[in-house]
Design a protein around this ligand. Structure first.
Ligand SMILES: [Zn+2]
Length: 78
């Protein structure tokens, strides 16, 4: 699973709508990707921000948007 693929499952994961196998794959990526953990935390803390960026299912978030969101978040955390 890539970060981009993880994004496509993000809403389902947060809502608990993933199958067991999908959730396990999702979790495996999180285990090795601190960026996605940070992004998931951002999503939970501020879903509006992320949903605005991921509003269209047919339009996955481009990596530079991810970077921007993560950068915005890291700027807020001491
Ligand atoms: Zn990732």
């Amino acid at each position: 699973m890539t970060c981009l693929e993880l994004f496509e499952f993000l809403s389902e994961y947060v809502d608990g709508r993933l199958s067991e196998a999908e959730a396990a794959t999702f979790q495996r990526h999180l285990d090795q990707c601190p960026d996605c953990i940070a992004f998931l935390n951002t999503f939970r803390a501020c879903p509006k921000l992320v949903k605005a960026a991921v509003s269209e299912e047919s339009c996955p978030v481009p990596p530079d948007v991810v970077t921007a969101i993560l950068a915005a978040r890291s700027g807020q955390v001491s």
